[in-house]
Design a protein. Sequence first.
Lengths: 119, 287
Amino acid sequence: MPPGFDPARMKAQKAALAAKRANVVARIAPELPRILGDGYRPAFLRHAHRTPMDGGYRHDALAFARDVLGRAELTRRQRGELAQWLYERSGPAPRRGGRIVRLLAGLRTVRADRPARRG
Amino acid sequence: MEQLGLGIGWRPEIADAVEELASAEGPERVRWVEVVAENICPGHLPDSLVRLRGRGVTVVPHGVSLGLGGAERPDPQRLAALAERAEALGAPLVTEHIAFVRAGGAATGSPRLEAGHLLPVPRSRDALEVLVENVRIAQDSLPVPLALENVAALFGWPDDDMGEGAFLAELAGRTGVKLLVDVANLHTNRVNRGEDPVEALDALPDGALAYVHVAGGAERDGIWHDTHAHPVPGPVLEVLEALCERHRPPGVLLERDDDFPPLPELAGELRSVRRVLERSGRSSRVG
């Protein structure tokens, strides 16, 4: 900490920022506290103190899920649900997209099914 | 600027209650709302906001991520997004905060950090110079007037050497920016930083006031947390009263962001706010 700041207040600010992250992530990704139950908050606070935010709260939700999947003690079921949650939100675009995404995915499948041209 | 009157922060969780309050007959009636700018998409406005707009309710976009108090220049993309929302909502003004929200990044050689929260700027000459420049850039990019809000702080900077009122007055005087005075944040800074809200109120220039925020919070271990999840306490209403004795706020808006109470409780809070406005004898100014 740079000199001149009140250590007790900085500690309070640090705790408040971590608590806010836990609350906001729980609101925008309610599946995470549902999957982790009582373990959500302590696991999130551990994540928050280890990993400063470098993007928005959605980014933080993903970072937390990756973090907790790699570190925390989870039941088999929790691990499966969390991994599925993360899988559905990873990659260049949401995998369970709307009609256009499904249509495009379908078209790609059709093309792949075509026999390769000769020559 | 037109009169705004009594308003409430529109949030998806209380959209139905807000619509009811906008058509109420009693003193709890709201005539305008604020919406968090980053939470809406200009092409797909929530139906509730569209209905409110159709009934003549003013909607003001309230940004939380510009970070005008940061050392870097405001991000043109964020400014364009805010401008786009102001136009989509037909808003008479947009509001943001006197705060920093991020630091570091490529220009600094240190990792980028996002606070996800409105943190206080140093109240120093140097910080004011940077803020003035950033505010002018923002004003040039926005289609409507900008008003800036004083934030609640848990800590101060070692180089603070101006009072909040002097800082706000100089910022407004040099840039023409309007001020959104949050009386709950003045109360927060009284508890957390020992600053007298009345000193800040006395220093506010006439005509600089865009509107006023009122919100609840809670004290834990001698620190006031501006939670927006608790009812508005008496001391905050007292700061509102002190403000109304000195200035004529064009509007007063109740903010609630969590632990949303049922409609009757929100209506009760709005009536409490209106009682303060009427007691201070400025009721004719607040519709």
